[in-house]
Design a protein around this ligand. Sequence first.
Ligand code: SF4
Ligand code: SF4
Length: 446
Amino acid sequence: MNTLRSLRRNFDHGVHPAHHKKQTEDLAIQRVPFVSDYVMPLGQHIGVPSQPVVEVGERVNRGQLIAKPGGFVSTALHSPVTGTISEIGDVRGADGVFAPAIQIAADPYATQQLESSAGVDWRSLSLEEFIDAVQMAGIVGMGGAAFPSHVKFSVPDGVQIRHLLINGSECEPYLTNDHRLMVERPEDLLLGAEIVRQTLGAEETVIGVEMNKPDAIEILRRHIQPDQPVRIVPLKVKYPQGAEKMIIKTIFDMEVPAGQLPRDVEVNVNNVGTIVAIADYFLRGLPSIERIVTVSGPGASYPANLIVPLGTPVREVLRFCGGLKDETREVILGGPMMGRPTASLDVPVLKGTSGILAFTEAETARPKEYPCIRCARCLEACPYFLNPSRFARLSRARMYDEMEQYSVMDCVECGCCTFACPSNIPIVQLIRTGKDALRASKENPE
Ligand code: SF4
Ligand code: SF4
């Protein structure tokens, strides 16, 4: 596929929020120093929480297993530091809800060297062994969803993956951590891609990168080895280009029907950070104990792209960046479209924490809401062809069963409808209320 053809192609609907990436796109990744205390929630991925394999008072090394997978849709957890297990019990999360976690007091005199720096001979592994290794390395989707990667690689018998698609679109405003990884670690990204492509038996790797990252496109193209079947495909800048079904539509012009998965159209999609995490594990033995986080927003004193050990309190990351400006009103974890405000700065950085964004009154003030004028702009914005205005109306009337009948569970909460609404109706917030009520009623049927 040539570049012009790929640029003509795109998914339908979506929106064009301002990028706000200038603050951090040229800032090289730097490592935050180790702090005194870490919190590792057992449920920091989608699925069943992990199960502790350590006890309070036990000494652990950096990279050591501290919790095993709680089931198939679950992953292992490893200690981000050398230290001592100080507590195992409930801690408050970013949503204000208490959930079980392992707390670790770092050893102030430890060198924080990794327990093992040897890689894994991935070529000798069967697909099943590779899947087990990815699960035990604790690798999840690093784009924010935190879906266990080994589940994605578990392709049923008879299904062939032809295309490994690496999602380098990073379409959320403000975030630049994938951008920096592509610019700073192109060899590792391409090696990680080869590990996954060869293990899955895919014909090619395609890396989709939005056109607002021309340096990443150029650097990646320069690093492709002659024996690597890799294409770099520049993408139009549009939100949510990074949603799996959207990027598949844009690049391959294929629809993934509702209720089906990318593998049903012979594609396996992974985020840039996830593929680099795979390279880190198979080439260097580094399990998932740290991630890249973008700190940005008008309230951040010194925006940055940082390597942060998992479990580091958000407050410590912000302290490293010079703290928050006085005018900060809200801190969002993730991007501004799909991220959520945090209830406290004492919550830890998790595997899915792609950004820490500090917003002032200007970004957080809720504009006056007006009645729906039935303009249909939310319908034209929704990339999943849902009817957001109907969801908002039904949610306000607490008609949650009706919301389900109109497929509210297909909503990915991308926020395009809210962004497009001229009446400032908080549509996605109303949708979340409805989905939460539906989930609660299923968990506790009367
Ligand atoms: S939040 Fe849901 S309903 Fe709104 S545009 Fe996104 S997918 Fe559609
Ligand atoms: S965009 Fe807003 S005002 Fe227009 S139809 Fe949708 S909810 Fe109503």
